[in-house]
Write a protein that binds this ligand. Structure first.
Ligand code: SF4
Length: 356
């Protein structure tokens, strides 16, 4: 069953106590944060109109990824939950339900901020049990979403990683990352730093409706350019390629050409996938904006969350051919500048990579 936006938004009480951090088992982990440590805040600026921030003092910040052996990273740091970038297809939406928050509009507007993230990370990196493993950020929600402009958690996080020469990677759609260029350059002098920007398409009309809270694709490609000028290589996760809306050969060509012109070190295509939580929200959006495509989507995703292999292979081949034509190198397997790949479906799944 698919829901309309109005039907899907249910608001509701928030269950703050006895929740485990996503990716951890409830039996073994401490609660994510204490109920009495939540401060609810709104701001009277146009940028944050309609957005509620739930400031919490988290109990832990470095999370182990379930099924990590199948993924290119094992440890993640996520200072936020929920994302004002509001991508309709975002499959981190389901994670909001673990807090009894709505996974539709609530995910876009009820943002949990772990205000003590830098201090917790410092403590973890100094602990005897930590051995300098790679830490991936932007794997659940975007750490450079608009809230970061106000809360400024990332500079402290990057500084902590730099002090410990701890390798890390960031995947983002946020141009706010440019604020931290100096810190990233400092980090890159002492450890492996991998930055990837997500740009699935450059079509402005599609961008406005399906990724309404994000910076425009061209602005994201400016990030790639700016990082390159500072000597920090940046890959592009070409995600998601949206069937029937962003997969036309001319669209793929325009996108890869723009990615190449920005100086990306690699391009990794990834076809839209629709896991529970994202699927309902995306399909209600599709029914409202492109009703003639609903049946085609139901057929394409009839087997589950992923488009059929033949379709994925076709897109991958087309993008790789275009990347060769425009002179973009392939992502190196096992390279330190990692572009995170899609995660396999692992329950409960909240720390899996989203389509940033
Ligand atoms: S896909 Fe990424 S940028 Fe978009 S809403 Fe989800 S977490 Fe935010």
């Amino acid at each position: 069953m698919f829901y309309s936006v109005a039907q899907y938004y249910r608001g509701g009480a928030m269950r703050w106590e006895n929740l485990s951090e996503p990716g951890h088992t409830r039996a073994s982990d401490a609660a994510l944060f204490d109920a009495d440590a939540v401060t609810v805040r709104t701001f009277d600026t146009p940028e944050f109109a309609g957005i509620t921030f739930h400031e919490v003092r988290a109990r832990s910040i470095v999370n182990r990824v379930p099924g990590a052996s199948r993924m290119p990273f094992e440890w993640t740091v996520n200072p936020y939950r929920g994302c004002t970038h509001a991508c309709v297809y975002c499959f981190a939406r389901k994670t909001h339900s673990y807090l009894d928050l709505d996974t539709g509009l609530g995910f876009d507007s009820q943002i949990v901020v772990k205000v003590n993230a830098p201090e917790l990370l410092r403590r973890r990196l100094s602990s005897p049990g930590w051995h300098g493993e790679h830490i991936a950020m932007g794997t659940n929600v975007d750490c450079y979403q608009r809230a970061e402009g106000r809360y400024r958690l990332m500079p402290g996080i990057i500084d902590a990683l730099t002090e410990h020469a701890n390798p890390f990677s960031i995947l983002t759609k946020g141009t706010l990352i440019l604020r931290d260029l100096d810190a990233l350059a400092r980090a890159a002098r002492v450890t492996d730093v991998g930055i990837s920007v997500s740009v699935g398409f450059t079509d402005p009309a599609l961008w406005r409706t399906v990724e309404p809270g994000t910076p425009a694709p061209e602005r994201r490609l400016d990030v790639v350019r700016a990082l390159g000028e500072r000597g920090i290589g940046c890959g592009v996760l070409m995600a998601p390629v949206i069937p029937f809306l962003g997969d036309d050969p001319a669209q793929l060509r325009a996108t890869v050409r723009a990615i190449a012109a920005a100086g990306a070190t690699s391009v990794t295509p990834l076809v839209l996938h629709l896991r529970p939580g994202a699927r309902e929200w995306f399909m209600s959006w599709l029914a409202a904006h492109h009703p003639h495509l609903v049946r085609r989507y139901e057929r394409l995703y009839a087997e589950g969350a992923y488009a059929p292999k033949w379709y994925q292979r076709r897109i991958t081949r087309q993008v790789h051919d275009l990347a060769r034509e425009y002179g973009i190198g392939p992502a190196r397997a096992g390279a330190s500048r990692r572009t995170p790949e899609p995660a396999p479906a692992v329950e409960p799944g909240p720390t899996q990579l989203t389509l940033l």
